[in-house]
Ligand binder design. Structure first.
Ligand SMILES: *Cc1c(COP(=O)(O)O)cnc(C)c1O
Length: 401
C-alpha cells in the first residue's frame, strides 16, 4: 500500500519519466500533503507556499469547509449529466450571480473551456457578419485552439498554425489602438482586467472604462477573463468591481471551487439565451462535487472575512516589497492588487525562484523577469512577513554579487 510504504521523490520522478508525457517543466520535488499556506514534499520538508496551486488554491491547501463539503457530497451523488437538475448547481449559480452582476451561469471545468464558451456566445449572440474579437498583447486565455488564438503571444502559437480565425490583437492599455481596430465585423473585446501570466499588468487609469464606452458605442460585447483575478483575489469578489467597470460576459475558473476543478461563464439574463439548447455543453460541467466545493469556498470567504483579510495582507506585501524596491536596485517595479502580486526585476527571475525554493519558499516567475506571488487569502500577517524576509534575503544577495 502506498500509505504503508510511500515512494520517495526520486521514485515518483522515475514513474513520470517512464509514463507521463513530458510537456511540463517540473521541479524535482514530489508534493504529498498541504495545509493552509504550507505544503510538504515526499521527504517531509515543509514549504511556505506563496503560489498555492498556480492560483487555484486561493483559500490555501485543503481548506476545511471545502474538504467537508466534498466529503459530504461525494457519498451522496458524484456526477449526473446536465439532462437533470441538481440543487447543488442551482445554488452555486445563485451564489455567483448575487455576488456579481446578477446574471446566469454556464458551468464547465477549466479556464480555457470557460473562454471557449464565451467565444461561442459572442459568435452566437452577434449578427452573422460580426465575428471578430479584439484581444490584447501579453494576454493569456488558455491552451485550447480557440483560447490560444485569443492569446496574443506568438510563443504559444509556434507550430500550431492555422489558428482559429477572427482574433485581432491590440497593445494592452492603448485605447486609441482598440478604437482603430473596430470595424463592422467586430463583435467583442475580450480582456483580463489585470493580466496575470503577462506579468501582473494593471490597466492604466480609465482604460477598462474606455473599453466599456467603446463597446457601448459600437454595440460590442465586453468579455472579462477573470480566471485568475476572480473569486476574491483582488480583495473584491471580482476584479471588475475593483475597477468599477461591468462586463457583459465574465469567465471564472482557477480558484472558483477552493482548489477543486471547476469553471463558469457568467453573462446577463438578456444575453444568456443566445447560448441556445444544443449549441454548447460540458459533460462534467457543474457536477455536484464541483458545485459543493464552489458553494463552500464562497461561504468560507464570507464566514471568515477573507475579503477584508486579503486587503490587510495586501498592505503588508505592499509596504514590505516597496521597502525592498527602495533598497534593492534589481527590483524595478512592484505591482499589487489584493493578493495578486508582481515584482518586476532587471534580471531573470528563474534563479530567484530556485533560490527561494532552496529556502523553502514557493513563488513563481512569469515573462522571464517578473516574480509572481498569488498567496492565499487566508495567509496570516506573520506568514506574509516570514516569506518577505526570505525573498528580501535572496534578492539582496543577488544585488551584492
Ligand atoms: C490560467 C488561465 C486560463 C486558463 O485556465 P485553464 O484552467 O488552465 O484552462 C485562462 N485565462 C487566464 C487569465 C488564466 O490565468
Amino acid at each position: 500500500m502506498a500509505t504503508a510504504s510511500p515512494l520517495s521523490s526520486e521514485e515518483i520522478i522515475q514513474l513520470f519519466q517512464q509514463y507521463v508525457i513530458p510537456n511540463y517543466g517540473r521541479y524535482p520535488v514530489a508534493l504529498t500533503r498541504g495545509e493552509g499556506s504550507h505544503v510538504w514534499d515526499a521527504e517531509g520538508n515543509r514549504y511556505l507556499d506563496f503560489f498555492p496551486g498556480w492560483g487555484c488554491n486561493l483559500l490555501g491547501h485543503c481548506p476545511a469547509p471545502v474538504v467537508k463539503a466534498v466529503q459530504d457530497q461525494v457519498a451522496k451523488l458524484i456526477h449526473v449529466p446536465n439532462t437533470w437538475y441538481t440543487e447543488a448547481q442551482g445554488r452555486w449559480a445563485e451564489i455567483l450571480s448575487r455576488r456579481s452582476f446578477g446574471g446566469q451561469a454556464f458551468f464547465c471545468n477549466s479556464g480555457a473551456e470557460a473562454n471557449e464558451a464565451a467565444i461561442k456566445l459572442v459568435r452566437l449572440h452577434t449578427p452573422k457578419d460580426r465575428y471578430k474579437i479584439i484581444t490584447f498583447e501579453g494576454g493569456f486565455h488558455g491552451r485550447t485552439m480557440g483560447s490560444i488564438s485569443a492569446t496574443a503571444q506568438p510563443k504559444y502559437h509556434e507550430g500550431l498554425n492555422p489558428l482559429l480565425a477572427g482574433f485581432v490583437y491590440a497593445p494592452y492599455g492603448d485605447l486609441e489602438a482598440v478604437e482603430a481596430l473596430i470595424d463592422e465585423e467586430t463583435a467583442a473585446v475580450m480582456i483580463e482586467p489585470i493580466q496575470g501570466e503577462g506579468g501582473v499588468r494593471i490597466p492604466p487609469d480609465g482604460f477598462l472604462a474606455g473599453l466599456r464606452r467603446l463597446a457601448d458605442e459600437h454595440n460590442l460585447l465586453l468579455v472579462f477573463d477573470e480566471v485568475q483575478t476572480g473569486c476574491g483575489r483582488t480583495g473584491d469578489w471580482f476584479a471588475y468591481q475593483h475597477f468599477g467597470v461591468t462586463p457583459d460576459v465574465m469567465t471564472v475558473a482557477k480558484s472558483i471551487c477552493g482548489g477543486v476543478a471547476g469553471a463558469a461563464m457568467l453573462t446577463t439574463a438578456e444575453i444568456a439565451p443566445s447560448l441556445r439548447p444544443g449549441m454548447h455543453a460540458s459533460t462534467f460541467g457543474g457536477n455536484p462535487l464541483a458545485a459543493a466545493a464552489g458553494i463552500a469556498a464562497f461561504e468560507m470567504i464570507e464566514a471568515e472575512g477573507l475579503l477584508e483579510n486579503t486587503r490587510k495582507i495586501s498592505d503588508v506585501f505592499r509596504s514590505r516589497l516597496e521597502a525592498l524596491s527602495a533598497e534593492c536596485e534589481i527590483v524595478q517595479e512592484v505591482r499589487i492588487v489584493g493578493v495578486m502580486i508582481g515584482v518586476e526585476l532587471s534580471i531573470e527571475g528563474a534563479p530567484i525562484v530556485k533560490e527561494c525554493m532552496d529556502r523553502r519558499l514557493l513563488i513563481n516567475c512569469t515573462h522571464k523577469t517578473v516574480l509572481r506571488l498569488l498567496p492565499a487569502m487566508n495567509l496570516t500577517v506573520e506568514q506574509a512577513n516570514e516569506g518577505c524576509d526570505i525573498l528580501a534575503e535572496v534578492l539582496k544577495s543577488q544585488t551584492a554579487q
